[in-house]
Design a protein around this ligand. Structure first.
Ligand SMILES: Cc1cc2nc3c(=O)[nH]c(=O)nc-3n(C[C@H](O)[C@H](O)[C@H](O)COP(=O)(O)O)c2cc1C
Length: 263
């Protein structure tokens, strides 16, 4: 499967068929995890955790036998780096037929932190079950998808702009059109799709349009993880180099500059 197909077919899987990961799939995942990098150069350390052994569960997940989580040092941009690296794993898992769901809220965080032996200097933002999708979704899963309109996304005109935030970006070639489509279909917490992109001076500037009430008490921002996911999809399609230098384009209130990708 190519990246576009992976992105378009992936969905959060919350109902699994109860089988453990096949040995060959688990070893492919472990190998892949070792090689995951992100353009921030911030190490993201993954762990596979047996659900039964560690007593792990989530009220929205059924039939899972295993979880993946990751830890990162408490450094600036750790959320974006985490989103980028974890999403790489999510897409690779899907290429093997393994379902995932990003989980940052609906879990007993302390249980997972204990199982992952999280230190004071570290953050463990999210977890995901890993397993094979059941043939039928649980009623709760169907309900959840409806509640957050999980099969829908904002239109390109609402997300992507040229030079300023009032001119929609019209991609002139297929490569850019595909890259933006891959960003559009990225997963985000409560499907809020907070990413905005402004193309200016030959570069693509990524902004976060904050949804109120998302800053965690512990001092990290779930929506910056969404931004890392968007960067992952975009850079997979377009390549480019990441830099952090705010171009000073006037953005609306609550909209924060995150990063620039120069091709
Ligand atoms: C950072 C992040 C955190 C999330 N946290 C949760 C969560 O706690 N519980 C949950 O059921 N889904 C969670 N999701 C999954 C989103 O609800 C889901 O990606 C979105 O509704 C789009 O649906 P899709 O993944 O099927 O395309 C999270 C997604 C992201 C990116």
């Amino acid at each position: 499967m190519d990246m576009m197909e992976l992105v378009k077919t992936r969905r959060s899987v919350r109902t699994f068929d109860g089988r453990p990961l096949r040995k060959e799939d688990e070893s492919k995942l472990r190998d892949y995890i070792q090689a995951i990098e992100n353009p921030y150069g911030i190490p993201v350390r993954f762990l596979l955790l047996d659900a039964e052994e560690h007593g792990l569960s989530s009220p929205v997940i059924v039939g899972e036998r295993c979880y993946v989580t990751a830890k990162v040092d408490k450094v600036p941009h750790s959320e974006e780096a985490y989103g980028y690296s974890f999403e790489k794993l999510v897409l690779y898992a899907w290429s093997l037929g393994i379902g995932t769901t990003w989980i940052g809220g609906t879990m007993k965080r302390s249980q997972f932190e204990r199982a992952a032996d999280v230190q004071d200097r570290e953050w463990m933002f999210c977890v995901s079950p890993l397993g094979y999708p059941a043939e039928k979704m649980s009623v709760r899963e169907g309900f959840m998808r409806k509640t957050v309109k999980a099969d829908e996304r904002k239109s390109a005109e609402q997300l992507f702009f040229d030079r300023d935030f009032s001119t929609p970006l019209v991609p002139e070639d297929e490569k850019l059109r595909d890259a933006l489509e891959m960003v559009r279909w990225a997963p985000s917490a409560t499907n809020s799709q907070p990413w905005r992109i402004v193309r200016a001076g030959g570069a693509f500037h990524f902004y976060l349009a904050h949804t109120k009430g998302y800053t965690d008490k512990a001092g990290w921002d779930m929506q910056k993880i969404d931004m890392g996911i968007a960067l992952c999809h975009f850079m997979d399609a377009m390549g480019g180099a990441l830099s952090l230098s705010d171009p000073g384009i006037p953005a609306g209130e609550g909209t924060e500059y995150i990063a620039t990708v120069a091709l």
